[in-house]
Design a protein around this ligand. Structure first.
Ligand SMILES: *Cc1c(COP(=O)(O)O)cnc(C)c1O
Length: 377
């Protein structure tokens, strides 16, 4: 099946018992056994039919061996990190999602799991960071909010040569545009709260793995730790994914137009968008992703200018999160990345004048008009 078809017919798209084309929401927490041990489902933390349909769908759209759904992106990422043990070392992209940075530095550190942050857009930094106890490389591409690109095939070669797992947070690119497993990743994670859900109405996380062993290990963690996604949210996510292709195509066109507009605007100092041929990761990104996504960051020079823009903007909603049908705007330094210390933010380029926008599916002319009036003096 081709991409667009897969979004609609992947996984279990028709209910086996009734033929319903929308998978029923199964609220049962437990299931009758025909005899002891003779059952299809046992207990809903271990397996739930609605969640199972979602997990099969996400497996298919990422091209892996098995999928797993969790109660949030962070629950998914935490569960993946629970595959590791005290004493293990992990190398991660330096401008990972703020919550992932906080998890690594404030929580995993308590369990003696050590995470080194390197600029993985230069693979030499990854190689240099490998230690005898390194077990995995954790990559985001494009990153949040600077949209830096890591060469997935290149980093997967390093991972394989050193017997490390390659984990990719694919939230920004989405499985419609980019499939890290096809490029050598072992595990793909998503905050499904973003593009997969797509309507700002569900908090969820998903994981896809590329081997039976990882599937067994992660199911063990999912069932033991219990950060599972509920049936209503699983259903919402299945519904969201059915239109992922349509939304991403529309968002792609809108985002291209907005990027061109910002590049040519005199109040904008710098634009970060992998679709610009001046973007340092542009060529690599094109080899591994079919689209550039809906995220743009741009620098207006100061916190005051950023405040002015936010006061004037009307259609872009000031909010955390991204990946929805409605366009969103945020100031990473004060919002999503506030948990990163200021010195480190400045080091990374996350200045007080940096604005991040998530382009939605509104009419492009309305979006451009709104940006124009908000950027004018
Ligand atoms: C939002 C986000 C997360 C965390 O997901 P939640 O669903 O908010 O827990 C992880 N990674 C990236 C790239 C994100 O944007």
């Amino acid at each position: 099946m081709r991409k667009k078809t897969l979004m609609i017919h992947g996984g279990i798209s028709v209910d086996k018992n009734t033929g319903a084309v929308s998978i029923p929401v199964s609220h049962a927490s437990t299931f009758k056994q025909e005899g002891i041990g003779n059952f299809q489902y046992e207990y809903a933390r271990t397996g739930n039919p609605t969640r199972e349909a979602l997990e099969a769908l996400i497996r298919d759209i990422e091209g892996g061996v098995a999928g797993f759904a969790f109660s949030s992106g962070m629950a998914a990422i935490t569960s993946v990190f629970q595959l590791f043990s005290s004493g293990d070392h992990i190398i991660a992209t330096d401008d990972v999602y703020g919550g992932t940075f906080r998890l690594a530095t404030k929580v995993l550190s308590k369990f003696n799991i050590d995470v080194s942050f390197v600029d993985s857009s230069d693979l030499k930094n990854v190689e240099k960071a490998i230690k005898p106890n390194t077990k995995a490389i954790y990559v985001e591409t494009p990153t949040n909010p600077l949209l830096k690109i890591t060469d997935l095939k290149g980093v997967s070669k390093i991972a394989k040569a050193n017997d490390l797992l390659l984990i990719v947070d694919n939230t920004f690119a989405t499985p419609y545009w980019q499939n890290p497993i096809h490029l050598g990743a072992d595990i793909v994670v998503h905050s499904a709260t973003k593009y997969l859900g797509g309507h700002s109405d569900v908090v969820a996380g998903v994981v896809v793995v590329n081997s039976d062993q990882l599937a067994k290990d992660l199911h063990f963690i999912q069932n033991s730790v219990g950060a599972v996604l509920g049936p209503d949210d699983s259903w919402l996510l299945i519904r969201g994914i059915k239109t992922l292709a349509l939304r991403m195509e529309e968002i792609e066109q809108n985002t291209n137009r907005v990027a061109q507009f910002l590049v040519n605007h005199k109040a904008v100092h710098k634009v970060y968008y992998p679709g610009l041929d001046t973007h340092p990761g542009h060529e690599i990104h094109k080899t591994q992703s079919r689209g550039f996504g809906g995220m743009i960051s741009f620098d207006v020079g100061s916190a005051e200018k950023a405040d002015q823009l936010l006061r004037k903007i009307k259609l872009f909603t000031l909010a955390e999160s991204l990946g929805a049908v409605e366009s969103l705007i945020s100031v990473p330094a004060k919002m999503t990345h506030a948990s990163i210390p200021k010195e480190r933010r400045e080091e990374l380029g996350i200045t007080d004048g940096l604005i991040r926008i998530s382009i939605g599916c509104e009419d492009i002319e309305d979006l451009l008009e709104d940006l124009e009036q908000a950027l004018s003096e």
